[in-house]
Design a binder for this molecule. Structure first.
Ligand SMILES: [Zn+2]
Length: 318
């Protein structure tokens, strides 16, 4: 996507997007046209001024927050390895944040999945020296136009420089700066191309968008996501971690094992409640009116995806 399309502060992006998507979802007549100033354009505009925070996690690994999805950085004498590229319009702020970690160049960039808030910075990071790595299917998505009904937006392919040049089908191992980096696909969950990235020496797990810390997650049915896949990925994240593990969520603050359990339990409980209502013959609007997320809204519903919007996403998949 072009530079002027690509930036919003995450908070504004998510908040605006949630409001607008909820509206769009309940008003299908708006689905047919791409609006000139929809959530994506607004997110991009806001991201240009968004504050970027850098947190040192453990060893040489950092989390950079504030340009779309969370970015992980493995720093060291060989340069920087990054997980995800954020939103292109915050390039200047992300650059400053990365330089505050060290003056080492970017060498490798791994995309956790195709969404623009994780990949729209690909091109500039490639220009700065990073080789881009992703799952085959994620590369494929990045080379095509994709219409996203929930955002009412057609995403253009990334420019050639932003397309991954190294791909894998199931797993990929990198040995860099004295760390082992294990990249592994999920079965379709948030999209059909999500990967986790694990740093075993530091015991840090980046879980792509299969976990939003203290927020309801988005589920991208347009590219193969599903609520059942999200629950399976959440269970896998719980099984792969322990009390020592530091968890980097796709969105939200640095997380831990207990929060992964809480997130998994929220997903399964909401799924069960929505499924029961749907089986009783309730329509989407009746199901939303029954407020199946009410007990979780104080924790998970304060951000991008509201309880009502999440109910709609779950309803679609049960
Ligand atoms: Zn995503």
């Amino acid at each position: 996507m072009s530079t002027d399309q690509t930036n919003l502060s995450r908070r504004k992006f998510l908040a605006t997007a949630a409001k607008i998507t909820a509206g769009v979802l309940l008003a299908p007549r708006f689905l047919t046209a791409q609006v000139k100033d929809g959530p994506v354009q607004q997110i991009n505009r806001a991201a240009a001024t968004s504050k970027i925070n850098v947190t040192k996690l453990r060893g040489n690994i950092y989390m950079v927050e504030g340009s779309g999805g969370n970015i992980a950085v493995l720093n060291g004498p060989e340069g920087k390895l990054l997980i995800d590229a954020g939103i292109n319009v915050s390039k200047a702020h992300v650059k400053t944040a990365l330089n505050s970690i060290s003056d080492k160049p970017m060498k490798l960039l791994i995309n956790s999945h195709w969404h623009f808030d994780h990949t729209s910075g690909n091109e500039w990071m490639h220009d700065a020296g990073a080789t881009i790595v992703s799952q085959d299917i994620t590369r494929d998505h990045l080379t095509k136009k994709i219409f996203q009904p929930e955002w009412n937006y057609t995403f253009d392919p990334l420019p050639p420089g932003g397309i991954p040049t190294v791909t894998y089908k199931k797993e990929h191992n990198v040995h860099f700066n004295g760390e082992d980096v294990h990249v592994k696909i999920y079965q379709p969950a948030h999209t059909d191309g999500d990967s986790s990235i694990y740093f075993p020496n530091a015991d840090i797990l980046h879980v792509a968008d299969t976990f939003w810390n203290a927020y309801y997650p988005f589920i991208d049915y347009a590219t193969g996501g599903s609520i059942d896949g999200m629950i399976a990925a959440a269970a896998q994240n719980v099984a792969q971690t322990n009390k020592h593990t530091i968890v980097i969520p796709g969105h939200g603050a640095v997380g831990n094992h207990a929060q992964l359990i809480q997130f998994h339990d929220m997903l399964s409980t909401v799924r069960e409640r929505v499924s029961k209502l749907k089986k009783q013959g309730r329509t989407l609007n009746e199901t939303i009116a029954a407020k199946p997320t009410a007990s979780f809204d104080p924790v998970f519903g304060k951000y991008v995806i509201t309880g009502d919007f999440f109910t709609k996403l779950v309803f679609t998949g049960v």
